[in-house]
Write a protein that binds this ligand. Structure first.
Ligand code: ZN
Length: 89
């Protein structure tokens, strides 16, 4: 029986914390974090050695989601579109 989820100390909250820069990324990263947890036998829930790459990614993404630098405004016509569809040789 799961009666709500027990909040372990140090666990990121399911909902984006106040001041979170990117709530969507937070939720995605939090879900990934949830799926990759250490078990008692030093393996991850995904059966890879702990910490598995996905767990590390989740942690990085959570940090990034919380503290993302403001995106640079895209300026139309800044000269990059001319190369769309073909790569420089
Ligand atoms: Zn894993």
């Amino acid at each position: 029986m799961i009666d709500g989820e027990p909040q372990e100390p140090g666990e990121p909250p399911v909902d984006p914390p106040p001041g979170c820069a990117d709530p969507l990324l937070w939720r995605v990263a939090r879900a990934l974090h949830q799926a990759h947890r250490p078990r008692t036998d030093n393996f991850c829930e995904c059966k890879a050695f702990w910490p598995c790459p996905d767990a590390r990614l989740a942690e990085e993404a959570l940090l990034l989601a919380y503290d993302r630098p403001p995106p640079r405004p895209l300026r139309p016509g800044s000269g990059r579109n001319s190369n769309l569809g073909r790569w420089p040789a």
